[in-house]
Ligand binder design. Structure first.
Ligand code: ADP
Ligand code: ASP
Ligand code: MG
Length: 409
């Protein structure tokens, strides 16, 4: 007997038939004698619709009210799955974040989990009751509903697995594992049987949406055994083997580059002709940070006439707030104008093998040059190289790199 957390994403609960399919999988685990907690996302597309409602009413909407709106999607699926389970004769009840309670900090829209009270859930699971938990949501210090950032149900699941001291956290999704790159873009992408926490963390943080970054961070810290697998399984309803996220030393054959990711959620801002003086970076990025704008890549050009250009990238959803913030601080910063480009994509290659191999970045630059793709910004870490390019070349770039690093299956 094991204690397991099963998480089902939006496509897996997209309609009532799929919710019944999920209920069947949960029932099998429960009937095998396991203690089961399930975490669900909103039905496919629902969160996007809710986010758009908020944006259409006000681009700079109140983040607390945004949370009140977008958290509702998961409440619906949790209730529906509990009903589907009861209909199959499985004792189940739904739990919203505040009922557990799953407490978070007060960063509405991108809250971090502070604590999960597990005792009551454990007591009921030991009685054989399935706990169906609404993912993505918690309750903040202001006693209001919070959400954990897009894709946050993964983090709900891993955090719950840690709090319940679960034996496994199975993330069921619409692909059957983690691939060398998004299999929807590159048909020759290969499924990985194992991936190192660190690589998964890096891939997630540069755009591989299969797991939310924080969920990997948490799994690594709390030693949660995470597996990514398909919620559709094989014909007899059993699970197909997925991908295990493991320690680096558990992987026998380590490639130099193990994965390629892209993000189309980026925007580029250039602050033109700022005075080239000590403190200018702080003058620009201080107010942005206070406005909760996360900046990613940064380049500062050399100055010819005492002024310079500062270019940076950020999440596209933060663009309006960043522009408003820079406008409000224009006098202190003293810039001439702002150039904004939302049509950019970040392409990254990731692999722990890079630590001990030279020439990885050069392979990337040559492959992109070979396709005539211009690189706008470059950034690197110990196990990653990222470039910013025009969004229209995203797929071409990912495919070219997948071939260049010998990853094609
Ligand atoms: P869920 O709704 O189940 O949380 P997501 O859409 O968040 O599912 O994540 C699964 C998607 O992640 C896949 O459909 C796939 O298009 C995308 N993806 C991106 N990179 C990868 C990768 N390296 N391996 C597998 N899937 C990936
Ligand atoms: N429903 C939320 C989203 O679409 C959370 C999740 O699916 O993980 O971002
Ligand atoms: Mg997801």
């Amino acid at each position: 007997m094991s204690r397991i957390v099963m998480k089902f994403g939006g496509t897996s609960v997209a309609d009532l038939d799929r919710i019944r399919n999920v209920a069947g999988r949960v029932k099998r685990e429960a009937e095998a004698g396991n203690e089961v907690a399930v975490v669900v996302s909103a039905m496919a597309g629902v969160t996007n619709t809710l986010v758009k409602y908020c944006q259409d009413l006000s681009p700079l909407h109140d983040a607390r009210e945004y949370d009140a709106v977008v958290a509702t999607g998961e409440q619906v699926t949790a209730g529906l799955l509990a009903i589907a389970l009861q209909e199959m004769g499985v004792e189940a009840r739904s739990w919203q974040g505040w009922q557990i309670p799953l407490k978070t900090d007060g960063a509405h829209g991108k809250a971090r989990i502070a604590s999960i009270a597990a005792d009551e859930l454990v007591r009921r699971m030991q009685l054989g009751h399935v706990a169906v938990v609404a993912g993505f949501q918690g309750i903040g210090p202001d006693n209001r509903v919070t959400t954990l950032g897009r894709g946050g149900s993964d983090t709900s699941a891993v955090a719950l697995a840690a709090a319940l001291k679960a034996d496994r956290c199975d993330i069921y999704t619409d692909v059957d594992g983690v691939y060398t790159t998004d299999p929807r873009i590159v048909a020759r992408a290969r499924k990985l049987t194992h991936i190192a926490y660190e690589e998964m963390l890096e891939l997630a943080s540069v755009g591989a949406k299969v797991l939310q970054t924080r969920s990997v961070e948490l799994a690594m810290k709390e030693r949660v055994r995470v597996q990514v697998l398909s919620s559709f399984g094989n014909a007899d309803g059993g699970d197909l083997p997925g991908t295990m996220v493991v320690d680096e030393d558990e992987i026998v054959e380590q490639e130099v580059v193990s994965g390629i990711a892209y993000s189309r959620d980026e925007a580029k801002v250039t602050v033109r002709r700022v005075p080239d003086r000590p403190g200018i970076a702080a003058a620009i990025f201080g107010p942005l940070s206070e406005a909760s704008v996360n900046v990613d890549m940064i380049v500062q050009n050399i100055s010819a006439d005492g002024t310079t250009d500062m270019t940076f990238t950020l999440g596209r959803t933060d663009l309006a707030r960043a522009q408003a913030t820079l406008d409000a601080h224009r006098a202190e910063i003293g810039y001439q104008d702002l150039l904004v480009d939302p049509d950019v994509a970040k392409i990254s290659v990731v692999g722990v093998g890079m630590r001990s191999h030279a020439g990885v970045a050069n392979t990337m630059f040559k492959a992109l040059a070979g396709k005539g793709i211009n690189i706008q910004v470059i950034s690197t870490s110990e196990i990653k190289v990222s470039v910013l390019i025009a969004a229209e070349y995203t797929e071409l770039a990912v495919r070219a790199l997948h071939t260049a690093y010998g990853l094609d299956g």
